[in-house]
Design a protein around this ligand. Structure first.
Ligand SMILES: NC(=O)c1ccc[n+]([C@@H]2O[C@H](COP(=O)([O-])OP(=O)(O)OC[C@H]3O[C@@H](n4cnc5c(N)ncnc54)[C@H](O)[C@@H]3O)[C@@H](O)[C@H]2O)c1
Ligand SMILES: [Zn+2]
Ligand SMILES: [Zn+2]
Length: 354
């Protein structure tokens, strides 16, 4: 059998599960048999034609599987081992990687913006029966026996990104933190703020189910942006502004509200993927001399990042499984995209099983 089923992108609004060539491992590569994957909000941007990728590409960037093939030069692993691979697959050898900026990996050379994101972007992705993993030595993270696929699948992207927002914001013990939007990414940013030692976490969304989940993930206070003026409420609750505001949607209003919610010298940690032009209002920015910090983060990847996140789950510090609300087969993935895109049935993340 040299064929496999895969979810192939053919153009805006057009994805199809098809039989295509099964990948094989070249030098430094591995092939894993996918046992569990999921759909990301970014896949919806791709399906809607808002983020361009080449027609013919297999989508998906959240792989859990079993090693099927190891290419020459990949050592210390065995066929049949269970592995988690991050959404971002750095080479581990370029200037960016060796300077600790793995997500902006230049693939053996300098830096490339978003260069670490390859699966379902520049190379075939994880919504398939098999996946070729580039730079396998830097990217295969062994899954401890006591952890299930369901416990680790959200670490590949969602948790790594959300926590990355909290880490880039350099949250300190006792900080007051506000998180704008409580989709899967924002919910993990909320959980990350708690792990980083915030003393007050304010979570903002307009969906009751998501606000309830925010409480479960660690928010002390939840605000519905449809009902209250969130900026003045945050300023009141924090006594003059949050230390760190995390933006987890990618729009002008949430970016601006995050900036306006900060105390002078506070940090805006931005996770959203924006389109068009983003403007910074003069007064919210204290004319450029308010000592604000604005930082952005692409999901951190690589095997050491995955190992650390799995340790958080193993030790009981983090339980991402409540975010996995539905299960679909790969065959029926179109239905899963529909449900996810329309946010029906209180969906958060969907387990996809090949
Ligand atoms: N930085 C990264 O590496 C990275 C990785 C993955 C996804 N993303 C991006 O993160 C963003 C969020 O992804 P997601 O999957 O969590 O999104 P999502 O669409 O599932 O959730 C967005 C949430 O925002 C809420 N919302 C809408 N308007 C709001 C407002 N004005 N104020 C507060 N909340 C509001 C919605 O109710 C919803 O719950 C997207 O832009 C996605 O592309 C970034
Ligand atoms: Zn993603
Ligand atoms: Zn690199």
């Amino acid at each position: 059998m040299n064929k496999m089923k895969a979810n192939v992108f053919h153009g805006a609004g057009d994805i199809r599960v098809e039989e295509i060539e099964r990948p094989h491992a070249g030098v430094g590569e591995a092939v894993i048999r996918i046992t569990l994957t999921t759909i990301c909000g970014t896949d919806l941007h791709i399906l809607r034609g808002e983020y361009p990728v080449a027609p013919g590409l297999v989508l998906g960037h959240e792989p859990v599987g079993v090693i099927e093939e190891l290419g020459a030069g990949v050592t210390g692993y065995e066929i049949g081992e269970r592995v988690l691979v991050g959404a971002i697959t750095p080479c581990g050898q370029c200037r960016a990687c060796l300077s600790g900026q793995l997500s902006q990996c230049g693939k053996q050379e300098g830096y490339k913006a978003i260069g670490g994101w390859q699966f379902g972007n520049t190379i075939n992705g994880a919504q398939a029966e098999y996946l070729r993993v580039p730079n396998a030595q830097a990217n295969l993270a062994r899954i401890p026996d006591e952890l299930s696929d369901e416990q680790v699948v959200l670490l590949a992207d969602i948790a790594s990104t959300g926590f990355g927002g909290a880490e880039s914001g350099k949250i300190r013990l006792g900080d007051a933190v506000v998180v704008f939007a409580q989709g899967p990414i924002g919910l993990c940013a909320t959980a990350g703020a708690r792990l980083m030692g915030a003393s007050m976490i304010i979570a903002i969304d307009g969906d009751e189910h998501r606000l309830a989940m925010a409480k479960r993930m660690g928010a002390d206070i939840v605000l519905d942006y449809r009902e209250v003026d969130v900026v003045s409420e945050v300023l009141r609750l924090t006594g003059g502004g949050a230390d760190v505001a995390i933006e987890a949607l990618g729009t002008q209003p949430t970016f601006e509200s995050a900036l306006r919610s900060l105390r002078p010298g506070g940090t805006l940690s931005s996770l959203g993927v924006y389109s068009g032009k983003l403007q910074i209002p003069y007064e919210a920015f204290a004319a450029g001399i308010g000592d604000h910090r604005i930082v952005t983060t692409l999901c951190p990847g690589g095997k050491e990042r995955m190992r650390r996140l799995m340790e958080l789950v193993r030790s009981g510090r983090l339980d991402p499984t409540p975010l996995l609300t539905h299960t679909f087969s790969l065959e029926n993935i179109a239905g899963a995209y529909e449900l996810f895109g329309e946010r029906r049935d209180d969906v958060l993340k969907i387990a996809i099983k090949p």
